[in-house]
Design a protein around this ligand. Structure first.
Ligand code: N01
Length: 528
């Protein structure tokens, strides 16, 4: 397939932008994508009800006024078809599709220290090489696959939300099981409830879901934002935690009289969205403060779900915001329908899948369709899937037994010219991934230009630079309630020690650190 300056793995929202940015710079660039087209997460997650949980006006590209004006967002939270349509439209506008090889899965990438290049092999045996390898594979892309005994003998159909089939999946009038109640489960349950003859929801852990308060968008708001796009964008980069326009907490809860505190919670409920995570400055660290916010949401669940036992089973017991908050449109209402049952796996675990359904310890549920919404092998799954090896034959995650180690969430020591934009140690899943991909890829482009100008062949995180950033990431996460709760953002080592994987310092501090490193001749990196 040839020798390139840069290989980009993945044609999702990061890959599309990376291809545009790098080819604009005049480098030879190739993209490999396993799917048959662009879209990444929005290509694969086409399950009924799939929708973004950040505001559409934040969750889109902001690097170009032309691209901004080319698309009119219809809803506060865009649904998957609109997001996929957007990514296709941008890919056409930027003319990047022709540089990607679709249905092409990277099987292995090995660094050759003598040639200072990666040699890549695809699953169908093609070979290519590149100086720089950029993984825009996303943090939530490698699916957690169902491993339930008996699945192979099930005579109905089974699907995964994370890789929803392209062909029609018949749901109307079917008996359907959904296993998993994270963001994907919550969204698809809410939609399937109105289509299924009967819907069985298999829940292992109840999660918090707050109203999305979705609504049609006023085109004028988007136009006005577009009129001041560069200023708005710089403000998101330098003055926000998540790269989104969500008001940030100003004071600890104790600052407010009780009536004002309660009014703030009601107001946030009515506003909708992820803001329920950050009403008070100390709700992520103080269990008592957190409990007041959590109780507010639990009371709303009890006020919505009419069957008290079911309501109780749907009430989460962990601190709110310590796992990703789900946004709901009719989720709890669905449990008031006669055709929706909740199977609480804490009381009655799944034993096996049979020819006709699912057997829990106490019951057999006959179904036609099983929907697995089991989530992802987050952060490391896609890196491992790429099978990248350095000159010593080890993979990046071989060095991460006691938690991921990176410099700025961008590179890991021992792997020259391998970039992991939005990787572990960056804000990543805590914020706006469009914006983070843009600034990370801009940083990589500037970095490669700098290497070329100064005639360096390679860059990698230095051991000291990596250790410093990894310690900083861990230090900021100390005392977070979320560090103590099992979820995909926490790495648990064999010795039981826990590492919070993303950077809690926020976009503003991350951007400042990235800019500082670049201005200081890539401090914390070895240039050779
Ligand atoms: O995955 P999850 P997700 N038996 O890991 C259950 C983004 N996203 O795909 O909690 C039974 O949150 C598991 O149970 P438990 C968003 O960042 C965004 O839903 O481990 N159950 C859990 O309920 C989100 O946070 C949108 O006890 C099993 C569920 O499967 C992230 O993706 C939409 C099980 C997995 O939940 C991941 O969300 C969708 C088993 N063996 C996703 N194994 C937007 O809105 C797992 N589970 C943009």
């Amino acid at each position: 397939m040839g020798d390139y300056d840069i290989a980009i793995i993945g044609a999702g929202l990061g890959g599309v932008y990376a291809m545009h940015r790098f080819t604009s710079q005049g480098w030879s660039v190739v993209g490999l994508e396993g799917a048959s087209d662009v879209g990444g997460v929005w290509y694969h997650n086409r399950y009924p009800g799939a929708r973004v949980d950040l505001d559409s006006l934040d969750y889109c590209y902001s690097f170009s006024e032309d691209v901004w004006r080319s698309w009119q967002w219809r809803e506060r939270y865009a649904a998957q078809p609109e997001l996929l349509g957007y990514l296709n439209s941008v890919a056409d506008r930027l003319d990047v599709r022709r540089h990607f090889h679709f249905e092409t899965w990277l099987n292995a990438a090995t660094w050759d220290p003598a040639r200072r290049r990666y040699d890549l092999t695809t699953a169908d045996g093609r070979r290519l090489s590149c100086r720089f390898l950029v993984l825009t594979t996303g943090q939530l892309s490698a699916a957690r696959k169902p491993g339930f005994p008996g699945l192979d003998r099930f005579r109905g159909r089974w699907v995964m939300t994370s890789h929803w089939p392209q062909d029609e999946v018949e749901t109307a009038g079917k008996r359907i099981a959904v296993i998993g109640t994270g963001s994907s489960g919550v969204q698809t349950i809410s939609t399937l409830a109105s289509e299924a003859e009967h819907l069985y929801v298999f829940q292992r852990t109840a999660n918090y879901a707050v109203p999305a308060q979705n609504r049609p968008l006023d085109g004028m708001v988007q136009k006005e934002l577009g009129d001041r796009l560069p200023v708005e964008r710089e403000q998101l980069l330098t003055d926000t935690a998540g790269g989104v326009r969500i008001p940030e907490p100003q004071h600890p809860m104790s600052h407010y009289p009780t009536a004002e505190r309660d009014a703030m919670l009601v107001s946030q409920w009515e506003t909708g969205g992820q803001g329920m995570n950050s009403v008070f400055l100390d709700q992520g660290r103080d269990p008592q403060v957190n409990d007041i916010v959590a109780d507010f949401v639990r009371d709303r669940i009890r006020g919505t779900v009419r069957d008290p036992a079911m309501a109780e089973a749907l009430c989460p017991t962990y601190p709110i915001g310590t796992r990703r908050l789900c946004l709901e449109i009719g989720y709890y209402d669905a449990f008031n329908q006669d055709n929706v049952s909740l199977v609480d796996l804490r009381d009655d675990p799944i034993v096996e899948i049979t020819e006709t359904g699912l057997r829990t310890r106490d019951h057999h549920h006959e179904v036609d369709l099983i929907v697995f919404a089991l989530g992802f092998d987050a952060f490391t799954g896609a890196i491992d899937g790429a099978n990248i090896r350095n000159g010593q034959g080890i993979t990046p995650t071989d060095r991460w037994r006691s938690g991921p180690r990176t410099r700025l969430g961008m590179m890991t020591a021992g792997f020259p010219n391998l970039f992991l934009p939005t990787g572990p140690g960056s804000p990543s899943v805590l914020g706006n991934l469009f914006l983070q991909n843009e600034y990370s890829i801009d940083w990589i482009a500037d970095c490669i230009a700098h290497l070329d100008e100064k005639r360096y062949a390679s860059i990698e995180a230095s051991e000291a630079g990596e250790a410093e950033w990894t310690a900083h990431v861990a230090q900021l996460a100390q005392g977070l309630l979320r560090l103590g709760i099992d979820n995909y953002m926490v790495h648990v080592s064999d010795d039981g020690s826990r590492t919070f994987i993303p950077y809690i310092g926020g976009v503003r501090r991350h951007v400042a650190s990235m800019r500082e490193a670049a201005a200081g001749n890539y401090a914390g990196f070895d240039l050779r």
